[in-house]
Design a binder for this molecule. Structure first.
Ligand code: ZN
Length: 254
């Protein structure tokens, strides 16, 4: 319990009102009024601390309810570390899809991550949004580039997009084998003392965004390493017990 002195009236708050925040909130990174960009925190979001026994679909619905979002607005990809990007269709599952795009203000884009990059794309002029899940396979498959192309085809040209790379595993913490490391530009994948490589996935996505025509000045990062920050879920750190952070990208008040 905690005391709240709002409006000069003392009242009791439930325990859920205190403690760490439930969300990493990146909404201020987007210029558009009312855009919300959230990622559930390991240490704050109810039910998110432990993956074992957690039904992620139910967990997503509960988090959405806490945000006042009805389930029929949720667009949910069944991620497979591929490079398919689709137009979001809320209320149905997107099989084998790792990125969703929407121009519909009512649609809420979602995804889940634990070390991979949640990439947010936003076009201020139209409000069109994209949300992409990218690990090394997605990056190798050019998923950021493909997402930007699809945004452009839908009417949101690359040079007008704002991109935001959410928390992900950073290069110093992300050792990969040579079969992975050698697929990437040496500037992004440096050899380590163990015979493998340290891979900069966020850097690979930045490179793709640049090649696709998004100006570097419009690409931003959270600067949070999921492996280092205990507030984040990390598959590399916690293994099969790792939970997932769920991202929500939406127009508030739609
Ligand atoms: Zn780290």
């Amino acid at each position: 319990m905690a005391w709240c002195a709002a409006a000069g009236v003392l009242r009791l708050l439930p325990d859920s009102a205190v403690g760490p925040p439930a969300w990493f909130d990146f909404s201020s990174r987007f210029a558009g009024a009312g855009i919300r960009a959230l990622l559930s925190r390991r240490d704050g979001a109810p039910g998110s601390a432990d993956f074992d026994g957690v039904d992620l679909d139910e967990h997503r619905r509960q988090l959405a309810a806490a945000l006042g979002i009805e389930p029929h607005r949720l667009a949910v990809p069944r991620q497979v570390h591929g490079n398919r990007v689709e137009q979001a269709s809320p209320g149905r599952l997107h099989a084998e899809t790792d990125g969703l795009i929407t121009g519909d203000p009512d649609t809420v884009l979602t995804l889940q991550v634990a070390d991979c990059v949640p990439l947010f794309l936003y076009h201020p002029a139209t409000g069109r949004r994209g949300l992409v899940h990218a690990g090394w396979r997605g990056a190798a498959g050019q998923i950021a580039n493909l997402a930007v192309q699809q945004m452009a085809e839908a009417g949101s040209p690359a040079h007008e997009l704002v991109a935001f790379l959410g928390p992900c595993i950073e290069q110093d913490c992300y050792a990969v084998g040579p079969e992975v490391g050698q697929q990437f530009d040496p500037a992004l994948s440096r050899s380590n003392t163990g015979g493998g490589y340290q891979l900069d996935i966020a850097g690979a996505l930045r490179q793709q965004l640049g090649a696709a025509g998004v100006p570097a000045a419009q690409v931003h990062s959270a600067g949070i390493c999921t492996h280092c920050d205990q507030a984040a879920h990390s598959y590399r750190r916690d293994g099969h017990r790792a939970g997932r952070m769920i991202a929500f990208f939406y127009q508030n008040g739609a």
